[in-house]
Design a protein around this ligand. Structure first.
Ligand code: CS2
Length: 483
């Protein structure tokens, strides 16, 4: 028997399930990019809010690319099991806050209608860094991006869908919904707002001015480690609930969502279900993007080089664990600002504990994806700041060198490894393993969409990166990072 509305009652009573009437939910929230992260993070907070306040706000999910998630959720009436794992313990909860899931390419107009519908008051997004179609180094919309070009005919990018829906509201003289980016970008709300205004201005200045005057886009920091689902998730969900569930997923106990107070007042109830509402999100974003994501990318490239499949495998290797901890404490934490040093030290310690959770099967391969879109805010901006202040960047340089080496498509043993990146076709030939390290560094640093000019211009950094790459090639990851 499968998980569905009409089988839900058979779930053992100790397992948490929707404590509200699902039939009475109205689709007040649209989520673009419905994947595992949304289902283990924002969906949970929103469900807790609905349960606590009786606010009948359901989520309409949107897949912008493939029908995969809809095909799993639709036969289960949108229900799925979330497993929270720590050690040998897995706690199940059946989640019901998601109603319909739409698939953009199948029916773009349906997605646009949902965004334009006055009942939609909040639109959340997890479309990954590349989904914003930005120039990664400037964080402004790239009008020549193929998806933005395609948007002129049919909505294709998240920006295109949003603009098409918002335009209908503009034409109708209505107000825009709040848009809330939940991706790992610096100032993600302001960045999204600017991308939308830039996109609108490509065809209609009055529409752009209306967005400028009316669009509320709070910034947010989101955090929870949510791997891709595995067969073990499906098996454990069925064991615990008694019902087969092909949409089951797992996550860690930790979860954090920090949102700017500009969020609509009637959603401030989120503050009672664990969301932190703050005046300025940027300090939290910086802390997370650098100490978590910067270290995460480093772990991922080191892990790919040494053949470590999961994050927990990488931090179990003493040389790599020490390197990551030192990168955080010595070079990243001092760039975060705002928070006292002991708070940042505690945050870093807690991160290491989270990565030690072997029950969360987070693949280094998954995190290694899209480095060109991630490195600027995770590692490169901190490197620039430290160089400008004359501070040591030894570990940051090695971390960047790990990515450069990853782009060669070879691990420490010379075996091929996948490079999954929208710029792979351009970057991989520049980083080939048989090119001299100095040439690789010179060519890559000139790629302005990834590397800020300040790094190419620094002779010191060029030499350091060349040396770090040569060293990695010569002695391998463990020795280079441990030495
Ligand atoms: C990871 C993040 O895949 C990645 O690049 O660094 O998805 C990370 O797991 C989340 O930001 C944790 O909140």
């Amino acid at each position: 028997m499968s998980l569905r509305s009409d089988t839900l009652a058979s779930v053992p009573s100790e397992i948490r399930r929707p404590g509200y009437d699902r039939a009475r939910l109205t689709p007040g929230v649209v989520h673009l990019g419905i994947g595992n992260f949304h289902r283990a993070h924002q969906a949970i907070y929103l469900e807790d809010l609905v349960e606590r306040t009786g606010l009948g706000l359901g989520i309409t999910g949107v897949s912008l690319k493939s029908p995969g998630m809809r095909d799993k959720l639709a036969p289960q009436d949108g229900l799925y099991t979330l497993l929270v794992r720590e050690g040998d313990v897995a706690t199940a909860r059946v989640v019901g806050i998601i109603g319909r899931t739409l698939v953009g390419p199948e029916d773009p107009a349906a997605v646009v209608r949902q965004i334009a519908d006055p009942a939609t008051r909040l639109i959340t997004l997890t479309v990954t860094e590349k989904g914003y179609c930005l120039d990664p180094s400037t964080h402004r919309l790239d009008p020549s991006h193929p998806d933005i070009v395609a948007d002129r005919t049919t909505p294709t990018s998240a920006i295109g869908y949003l603009l098409a829906g918002l335009k209908q509201r503009f034409t109708a003289g209505a107000k825009p919904p709040t848009v809330l980016s939940c991706d790992n970008l610096p100032s993600n709300g302001a960045t999204l707002r600017l991308a939308l205004i830039d996109g609108a201005a490509l065809s209609d200045d009055r529409f752009a001015a209306w967005l400028e005057a009316n669009l509320v886009a709070p910034s947010a920091m989101v955090d929870r480690i949510v791997p891709a689902s595995t067969e073990a998730d499906f098996a454990d969900a069925e064991r615990l609930t008694g019902l087969a569930d092909r949409a089951a997923l797992s996550t860690e106990p930790f979860s954090q969502w920090v949102i700017e107070q500009t969020l609509d007042r009637d959603l401030h109830g989120l503050g009672d279900v664990g969301v932190e509402l703050v005046g300025a999100v940027e300090p939290y974003e910086r802390m997370k993007l650098r100490l978590l994501n910067g270290a995460h990318s480093t772990i991922a490239y080191a892990g790919q080089a040494v053949g470590a499949e999961y994050v927990s495998d990488v931090v179990a290797l003493p040389a790599l664990r020490r390197f990551v901890a030192a990168l955080q404490t010595e070079e990243l934490a001092p760039t975060v600002g705002h928070f006292p040093a002991d708070r940042l030290a505690e945050y870093s310690r807690q991160l290491m504990q989270r990565w030690d959770n072997t029950a969360v099967k987070h693949r280094t391969r998954q995190i290694a994806m899209d480095g060109s879109q991630k490195l600027p805010q995770r590692l490169l901006s901190a490197t620039v700041e430290r160089l400008q202040q004359g501070l040591p960047v030894e570990r940051l340089t090695l971390a960047v060198a790990l990515w450069v080496r990853h782009l060669s498509g070879r691990d420490d043993r010379g075996e091929p490894i996948p490079v999954n990146d929208p710029l792979a076709a351009r970057l991989m030939p520049l980083a080939a393993a048989d090119r001299p390290a100095s040439q690789v560094v010179e060519r890559l640093l000139a790629v302005r969409t990834v590397f800020p000019e300040a790094l190419e211009a620094s002779a010191d950094f060029r030499t350091r990166l060349t040396d770090a790459l040569s060293h990695l090639r010569a002695v391998g990851t463990i020795v280079a990072l441990g030495g």
